[in-house]
Design a protein around this ligand. Sequence first.
Ligand code: HEC
Ligand SMILES: [Cu+2]
Length: 324
Amino acid sequence: MSALSSLPQASSIAPQVDTLFWFMVALCVIVVVGVLIAMVSYSVKYRRGSPADRSGRQAQSLGVELTWTLIPLALFIGVFTWSLFVFAKMRSPPPDSQTVYVVAKQWMWKTQHPGGQREINALHVPLGQPIRLTMTSEDVIHSFYVPAFRVKQDVLPGRYTELWFTATKLGSFPLFCAEYCGLDHARMGGNVVVMAPADYARWLDGNAGPQSLAVRGAALFRAHGCSGCHGANASVHAPDLDGLYGRWVQLADGSTVIADDRYIRDSILLPKKHVVAGFAPLMPSFSGQLSEEDLVALIAYLKSTARAASDPPAIGAESTHEHD
Ligand code: HEC
Ligand SMILES: [Cu+2]
């Protein structure tokens, strides 16, 4: 099987995707070969002028009809259920995932680690550690695709999408953009470099930026006046944001949402969309004033204030609530 594809299986999900894929290929081959054999042999047997016995023709047979209906039905439902399990697994990052932010633009991938390390067209990750990517685009739709990991996810402007994987092989694996995004689309790619945890820790130390994402976010929080309203002794009645990340928030319209990356991003850019219960909609929109990278830093800062509370829940690419 792997002779057919020289692509390495470099993530925890890759063998599962491949097994399902090759099972479906084998099933198709069996059906095609069976149909062909029946077709050819009956054509030969009952060709015009052949001495085959043509008596006892049956118009219908319940047994035959039930067989060809129920066996494929069972197979289809089986494959569907199997795929559903693999899909659900691909969509639910484990709670101990480490977050890396990805911002796509024509035509490059910018990645940012919580420690402030930034990369372009590269992503360094430790072996065996679940990595959750929170991704967005500064312009058009892109798609983050690492064939060796068997993962692919569209990256959209104006919202976050997610992807997770656990790398299981050391080495460098090509990263592609899998959504046509303009002139240099074909060259929009890079490498995911999987390192042993100790090497990765050394890499993090050697590439630390001037400040971590959360520290940069804290500076932005002051520079853009957020602390003026949300700070301890603000004159405006605004919610305290410490420990907000990962908590359930009661909204003025009676619904509740979980304060994940998307919710916080929307609260900053479209504050009128979700108004917190018990507060006046006084918050101005910061749309156009903050870059995607600023937003990521602000979220990392708010997240850092939540650390002490409880671990944020795993948030799938499709959460149960919609922010748009
Ligand atoms: C003029 C005062 C003001 C400023 C400035 C302001 N906010 Fe707000 N913010 C509010 C108020 C009032 C609410 C509650 C009403 C609402 O949800 O719109 C709020 C709500 C929020 C929420 C949702 C809180 C929750 O408990 O769910 C977040 C997140 C937030 N603000 C972040 C920010 C950030 C980040 C900045 C700076 C970029 C900022 N705010 C600047 C007044 C402000
Ligand atoms: Cu692209």
